[in-house]
Design a binder for this molecule. Structure first.
Ligand SMILES: CC(C)(COP(=O)(O)OP(=O)(O)OC[C@H]1O[C@@H](n2cnc3c(N)ncnc32)[C@H](O)[C@@H]1OP(=O)(O)O)[C@@H](O)C(=O)NCCC(=O)NCCS
Length: 157
């Protein structure tokens, strides 16, 4: 298995994986997590823009010829709203079901951590859906501690 930078040629496959991420979140809480009209296409477009941006980190894990997973993160400035110093943010990590529990996710996060550290950042933050217990265990195993709980109230009840 190899982790490398995402390329434009990966975007169709990564778009499909990102669409799975959208469906998972919508399934956990349909009112909080919207589904765009064409998730795979939408993410293809979004990541093609992010590939141009220095602050973005876009990685894929390859197993043989297959893209088994991807990670998307960004380098963030100091944020007064969040009381957060400059740091890395991990937005998405997704591993194709066929390749899970083989260390692919861990390798993607390790590569992102190395990327952020190389940029001089000393902290990484991320959020997981409350119902995503598997991801919480995964990130805890990789050294992340729980720091914030997002709460949502819908006003159209
Ligand atoms: C979370 C996810 C990225 C993990 O990827 P993975 O390649 O299967 O993870 P790894 O094999 O690197 O796991 C490393 C360790 O994390 C923990 N872990 C991983 N998946 C776990 C699970 N489902 N339940 C409990 N612990 C888990 C284990 O300690 C594991 O080590 P082990 O297999 O030796 O016990 C993957 O399950 C996934 O894509 N989930 C859907 C998307 C998602 O929820 N992403 C995170 C939110 S952005």
């Amino acid at each position: 298995m190899k982790v490398r930078s995402m390329k434009a040629r990966d975007l169709p496959r990564v778009g499909e994986l990102a669409a799975e991420m959208v469906a998972l979140h919508h399934g956990w809480d349909a009112r909080r997590f919207f589904v765009p009209d064409s998730p795979a296409e939408g993410y293809r477009w979004w990541f093609s823009k992010e590939l141009e941006r220095k602050a973005a980190v876009l990685l894929v894990a390859e197993v043989g010829d297959a893209v088994a997973g991807y990670l998307y993160g960004t380098c963030e400035e100091r944020d007064w709203n969040a009381l957060r110093d400059p740091g890395g943010a991990i937005h998405d990590v997704l591993v194709d079901r066929a390749f899970r529990r083989r260390g692919v996710g861990e390798a993607l996060v390790a590569a992102a951590v190395a990327h952020f550290a190389k940029r001089g950042l000393t902290q990484i933050v991320l959020s997981t859906a409350t119902k995503n217990k598997a991801a919480q265990k995964f990130f805890a195993k990789l050294g992340f501690r729980s720091t914030m709980i997002e709460m949502t109230r819908d006003l159209d009840d």
